[in-house]
Write a protein of this length. Structure first.
Length: 150
C-alpha cells in the first residue's frame, strides 16, 4: 500500500511554489556631481568589463495564501565575480567560501596549505540571508550584494 502511495506522489504534478524569486544584475554607473560628490546609479548590466562594479538584486514575493516563515535566500557568487559586500540598503548576508559554513566574512577561515587563514572577499562563493520575520501572503522584499568583475 505504501509503495502505491509513493508512486502516486512521485507522478503528481508539483504544486506551484508560493515564493517567487527573481535576480537582476545591475551595473553601477558613477558620475561626478557639481558639488564634488559622486552619484551612483544602477542600470541593467548589458555590458561590463573587468573592474566594473555590479549589484545582484534578489527580489522575493510570497504568492501563497499564508505567511512564509524561515525563508532562506541563497545566491552563488559567479566565478568571474568577486564579492564586494552588501548593497546599499540591504542587510548584510552570511557568506561562505565552501557553500557549507556560513557567517560574517570576519569570522570565516579558509584552508591555506595545512593551516587556516582569515577569509577574504575573493574567497566568498555563496551569499545567503535568513529572513528573521515571516513574509506575509502577498508581501515582497529584496536583498542585494555588490560584486566586481574580475
Amino acid at each position: 500500500m505504501s509503495l502505491i502511495l509513493l508512486l502516486t506522489l512521485a507522478n503528481a504534478a508539483p504544486a506551484p511554489a508560493p515564493i517567487e524569486i527573481r535576480t537582476s544584475v545591475l551595473a553601477e554607473r558613477r558620475t561626478p556631481a557639481a558639488d564634488g560628490t559622486t552619484h551612483v546609479q544602477l542600470a541593467p548590466a548589458a555590458r561590463v568589463t573587468p573592474g566594473d562594479r555590479v549589484v545582484y538584486r534578489i527580489d522575493y514575493r510570497n504568492n501563497g495564501t499564508q505567511a512564509a516563515t524561515g525563508l532562506v535566500i541563497a545566491n552563488p557568487v559567479p566565478a568571474a565575480m568577486q564579492y564586494a559586500g552588501p548593497a546599499e540598503g540591504s542587510p548584510a548576508p552570511e557568506v561562505s567560501a565552501d557553500g557549507k559554513t556560513f557567517g560574517p566574512l570576519s569570522a570565516l577561515k579558509v584552508r591555506s596549505g595545512t593551516a587556516f587563514r582569515p577569509a577574504a572577499a575573493a574567497d566568498v562563493r555563496v551569499v545567503r540571508w535568513r529572513l528573521a520575520q515571516p513574509v506575509a501572503a502577498g508581501a515582497k522584499g529584496q536583498v542585494a550584494f555588490r560584486a566586481i568583475l574580475k
